[in-house]
Design a protein around this ligand. Sequence first.
Ligand SMILES: Nc1nc2c(ncn2[C@@H]2O[C@H](COP(=O)(O)OP(=O)(O)OP(=O)(O)O)[C@@H](O)[C@H]2O)c(=O)[nH]1
Ligand SMILES: [Mg+2]
Length: 602
Amino acid sequence: MQKIRNIAVIAHVDHGKTTLVDGLLEQSGTFGSHEQHDERAMDSNDIEKERGITILSKNTAITYGDYKINIIDTPGHADFGGEVERVLKMVDGVLVLVDAYEGVMPQTKFVVKKMLALGKKPIVVINKIDKPSAEPDRVVDEMFDLFADMGATDDQQDFPVIYAAARDGMAKLDMADPDGDFKCIFDAIIEAVPEPEGDAGNNLQAQVFTLDYDNYVGKIGISRIFNGTVKKGDNVMLAKADGEMVKGRISKLIGFHGLNRMEIDQAEAGDIVAFAGMETVDVGDTVADPTNPVALDPMHIEEPTLTVVFAVNDSPLAGQEGKHVTSNKLRERLEFEMRTNVAMKLEVVGEGKFKVSGRGELQITVLAENMRREDFEFSISRPEVIVKEIEGVKCEPYEHLVIDVPEDLSGTVIERLGKRKAEMKSMLPMGQGFQRIEFEIPARALIGFRGQFLTDTKGEGVMNHSFLEFRPYSGGVESRSYGALISMTAGSTLAFSLFSIQDRGVLYIGVQTEVYEGMIVGEHSRQNDLVVNPIKGKAQSNVRSSGADEAIKLIPPRDMSLERALEWIEDDELLEVTPKNIRIRKKFLTEAERKRNSRKGK
Ligand SMILES: Nc1nc2c(ncn2[C@@H]2O[C@H](COP(=O)(O)OP(=O)(O)OP(=O)(O)O)[C@@H](O)[C@H]2O)c(=O)[nH]1
Ligand SMILES: [Mg+2]
């Protein structure tokens, strides 16, 4: 049997997981010397590349000496935390990265807790020690405390520590040692991570932890083989989570090496491979022996905490920019997403209206962003947290929030968060005039907070949060403090009118932008909504004031990204998403309709 080690790389967002995996591929000689590859090669899809974050966990394999090391790179953003939990079941050990300055962050806690609970063997990598602000000793202490607090076993608490600058391909076992390469990481993996259990001679048992889709072969299940041997063409039994047994055949067996996937003929217990040929395969299913199928423990799939409604675009500009605009197309696309994305759920809630649930705004934004690139056009509503009843008590999701803010601004931020029902848990000086403050806060109160936070901290604050648990409903929380500037009419915006409107707040659009009645053109500097006319030209007069037009100085409009806009909108507002534009609008476009409906609401 082949010598195998299975590991996952886990950490808070941006602590350097994908960069480390690059180095592991490189230094194991898995990238051929002639092979061209991008930085952070595992972040392979467009949105991952653009944003520099990992969205989907991905696996690769390298050869080191006579070992095969299967490595799963995981996303660090809290919205994709569910992926990490599933991945952890598939491996025997983990590399836990932590930034040598930032130290333990919300998602570090989340992944360490899950990893410890599943009994995995950790290797701690203190990364980015090249940073001038790095404090590796402090961060090692933080990790020891975290492990102890979270109930690590003696064996887990006794973790090896590696100091690294992943970006430079540098690592060492002691800060006092001269800089070395990743050999110490490979050696630690081989020594500390237990070899996979299971026997190639037993009946087949493999569990699917990720789904992929290929236009030629259909659904693909990426799986860890826990027992037995599997060959291309084998008949198998698919043991589903609900106990149902479905017969299937492995039409293709796919192996991983570096950035490549290749067809293989056979794989054995301990390995990670992909199966094609079973259209009904789902995450958590056991691929088992056809005559004696024994299912593995089902996989816990994290429940969604947030929903938004996707709907057919019915704005006056609908159908002009997108190719796929109908309810049927929208439904098909969303259903397709649900086939591989187990963290999301879909429910039809009305004619052309689809409730999509997920773990957070980023996850939903990524779906919307992908759809607009595929030429879809649609509207989305304000995100709402999922409220559920637990033992007769109405409960809502809470988040663990950590902010780093300049000391002189912390008062303002604490006050803001107080109004949003946040409870302060700790406050620590971080050096360079920054303070780290931790809170527990209803997820509901975080919606729309980021924009406010960035304004309050002049863009210098950093905030991070991740899901904590469901707790009893906390009642009303403060929401957006400013009203909207709403266009009263349709047309193309003119500098002259925008110039006068910009005194009333912050504009979201510039000149020569197509607007319609009920479209939101900016944020009012007061609490109420204000209807404005952004297309009014200069009044005609006989006297030509030469050069007056040039004197109009417009402040550049605030760029409302999909995320920012999604956080910003209120219940009576919508985002109109097209391949070319993101517009913000009132649900009811005319003032008369809005008045009528606000009266009804009261
Ligand atoms: N200074 C310094 N920067 C690093 C180091 N390793 C990674 N980075 C940088 O940190 C940023 C994030 O790196 P990634 O590898 O994408 O981090 P990640 O943990 O995979 O991030 P997510 O997948 O989004 O959670 C990139 O800009 C890297 O270049 C390092 O050793 N030193
Ligand atoms: Mg990454």
